[in-house]
Design a protein around this ligand. Sequence first.
Ligand code: AMP
Ligand code: MG
Length: 333
Amino acid sequence: MKKLFLSGLIFLCCMFTTSCSQEPVDGTRFLFNTICTLTVYSEENPDESAEEIIEGAFDLCEEYENMFSRTIEGSDIDRINNSNGQPVEVSPDTADIIGEAVRYGEISGGAFDITTAPLSILWDFEGDAPSVPPAGEIEELLKTVDYTKIRVEGSTVTLEPPAKAIDLGAIAKGYITDRLVEYLTDNGVTSAIISLGGNIYAIGTSDGRPFRIGVQDPAGEGGAILGYVEISNKSVVTSGDYQRFFVQDGKVYHHILDPETGYPTDNGLASVTIISDRSTDGDALSTSCFVLGLEDGMELVNGIDGVEAIFVDHDGNMYFSDGFGTGMEFVQA
Ligand code: AMP
Ligand code: MG
């Protein structure tokens, strides 16, 4: 594990910087509760313009949002959460993503757990006036947190009691990013950036060189970046305690919950950034590692081929997985 000291309190998130001689075509929509941008630098499809391809990609995003959202009535997830333990027939994609989420529950030893949903609803981080819930209520809902109560058989999903509800917020943007990569490349796109909030994927290269994905200090003035990684056909995903939070009595309460306590994870980490081939893995692992903490999270990443990570703690230290220096570089700004 390599360690780099940086002064001050440093938060981490991703932004991309690039230069390209071709005129890029981009589109922006508010989806999944965040700003989503698709930028196409090069496409070789004689039938459809880049604008039409981008429209098609956003239509696909909406289809996924209508399946995966916990808050859209009639979505697959809404139907599962109202099933009272009965089997629910869902789309193949919903079965697939839930299967991935259960797998990450196992890989992370329960740090990643989509049945934390009732607790996220109780904490209400996205509400108008969130506050720390009564300890007794947290204790009560903790009994419903258990991803092993999710059964996926073909396209049938059963959520057995005491598990009550699931939320795919920690994995859906990564999964949808992977589907967008397939859609765009199938449509002849050879160079593009997908950005679904903190989830970024770079397709191809920029003028023959890898894309530079910046690592930003969001607490810094003017969006200054700490540095960047150079990637091609890879995903960069960040989970951080600054992305969704409220402050009560001077203490920050953020949206990534420790399934063991029911409270926001409090292990000294400010963010975890994962670089991987699949964005599903990046999204699930960034949340998993954020909950696991520096030591266990780094051990998990270093045990998976082709996945790298940058951890940042509240003291401003950055920690890099073993692949940095042997193939992957972090270039300081
Ligand atoms: P992310 O930004 O990808 O790290 O995901 C955070 C979101 O996932 C939260 O807003 C919750 O909806 C949900 N979540 C919170 N804690 C967990 C957890 N320990 N495991 C899985 N999902 C979680
Ligand atoms: Mg995630």
